[in-house]
Design a protein around this ligand. Structure first.
Ligand SMILES: NC(=O)c1ccc[n+]([C@@H]2O[C@H](COP(=O)([O-])OP(=O)(O)OC[C@H]3O[C@@H](n4cnc5c(N)ncnc54)[C@H](O)[C@@H]3O)[C@@H](O)[C@H]2O)c1
Length: 371
């Protein structure tokens, strides 16, 4: 019975397929269907069917005017000068964001009892994300190559917290540690130092990173290696170090990697191919490690910020006002983000509010990557 039913189904399916199959193979003698490829037309140099053809792939490069590809092109000669460390003002913890409040909120967002490491936490986005974790109840170890600024920022976080929470009996523990994230030895040393001072690590946020602009054909190889060393190796080395520690403790944990929208799109007009590729690597590293460590209870996610207004980007835009207009005109919400816009995102992904979220990429970019 079952067999005959099956045979009937197969026969019916074959009949239903037959006409469609014949339509696919039959071709009219003189087809009005347009060719997908433009190569025969280019070679034959036949006149176009209509004036719009020149603007399609049927036309020769440049045929529809100088504007071809202009709006989505990086410029060989565009060079954004990145300021030297000494020319950048130090970042301050944000004020008025973390004060004691009586608004009801989900307890799952709390970071009470957790110890978090934030690489590149001396300033910029890393510092503000460190503050978000401190405000949410965590103790934090700031890791940075800039030892003095890391020290000042750690103290600044404690002071801001105490000012905004005057009744608080316990100041959060915020420490600063020197580390060049691209060096395995340096990572091992600072990890040991953090464990000595905090006893354990539950969370990691990798924000140490940098970008610079060279056209691909002029990029000095040693610079490219440094860029990937900090952005990719630095992320990997810290993630592995913290994951090993969590596995040894048999404890769950959460790792948040700071990628960039540049890992999904190509920024214009500044050329920065290695940075874009590095951030794509960070995003996929998060997914790959999320799968590898899921069974160990270690979640790994990525945050991909869009253009954020930090001391660094402010300086660049002050020097290149036309760049600001170009950037913001490409952002659907019409504005750059503020570092504070990452506070909720990093707390969500670090805390138990996101227990079933792993391997994801949270884009905080004003919808830049939607267009
Ligand atoms: N600012 C933006 O618009 C933006 C957008 C998308 C992604 N990002 C990413 O966010 C992260 C932080 O950017 P930011 O704007 O805050 O930059 P920033 O330059 O203000 O801060 C980066 C911090 O990393 C530290 N650092 C650099 N190299 C290091 C190394 N080898 N070892 C340890 N610390 C090192 C620096 O000393 C600095 O404190 C970076 O990974 C960046 O690529 C920034």
């Amino acid at each position: 019975m079952f067999r005959s039913q099956l045979l009937r189904h197969v026969a019916r399916a074959a009949t239903a397929q037959a006409p469609r199959a014949s339509i696919r193979v039959a071709r009219p003698a003189a087809s009005s269907i347009r060719q997908f490829t433009c190569s025969p037309r280019r070679l034959d140099k036949e006149p176009y069917d209509d004036e719009h053809d020149a603007a399609s792939t049927i036309g020769e490069p440049g045929e529809s005017g100088d504007h071809e590809g202009q709006y989505a092109r990086t410029g060989e000669n565009i060079r954004v000068e990145y300021p030297e460390e000494k020319d950048l003002p130090p970042s301050q913890p944000v004020q008025g964001r973390g004060g004691f409040h009586f608004k009801r909120t989900l307890a799952a967002f709390s970071m009470e009892g957790r110890v978090a490491v934030v690489t590149g936490g001396a300033r910029g986005l890393g510092l503000v994300m460190a503050q978000a974790l401190v405000t949410s109840g965590a103790d934090v170890a700031i890791v940075d190559m800039n030892r003095d600024e890391a020290q000042k920022s750690a103290q600044g976080l404690i002071d801001t917290y105490m000012t905004e929470n005057p009744g608080s009996e316990n100041a959060p523990k915020v420490t600063a540690h020197f580390c060049d994230v691209s060096s395995p030895t340096s990572v091992t040393q600072s990890l040991a130092e953090i464990l000595k001072q905090h006893g354990k690590i539950d969370n990691l946020v990798t924000s140490a990173g940098f970008t610079e602009n060279y056209s691909a054909v002029t990029y000095p190889h040693d610079r490219m290696q440094k860029l990937w060393g900090v952005n990719v190796d630095g992320t990997y080395l810290w993630a592995v170090a913290v994951a090993k520690h969590l596995m040894e403790r048999n404890a769950p944990g959460s790792i948040v990697m700071i990628g960039s929208m540049s890992g999904s799109i190509v920024n214009v007009p500044q050329p920065q191919a290695p940075y874009n590729a590095a951030k794509a690597a960070v995003r996929h590293l998060a997914s790959s490690l999320a799968v590898e460590w899921a069974a160990a209870g270690i979640r790994v996610n990525c945050i991909s910020p869009g253009y954020m207004l930090t001391a660094l980007t402010k300086k660049i835009l002050d020097d290149n006002p036309e760049l600001k207009q170009q950037w913001t005109s490409l952002i659907p919400v019409g504005k750059m983000g503020r570092p504070e816009d990452l506070m909720g995102a990093v707390t969500f992904l670090s805390s138990d509010a996101s227990l079933y979220v792993t391997g994801s990429d949270l884009r905080v970019d004003g919808a830049y990557t939607c267009t």
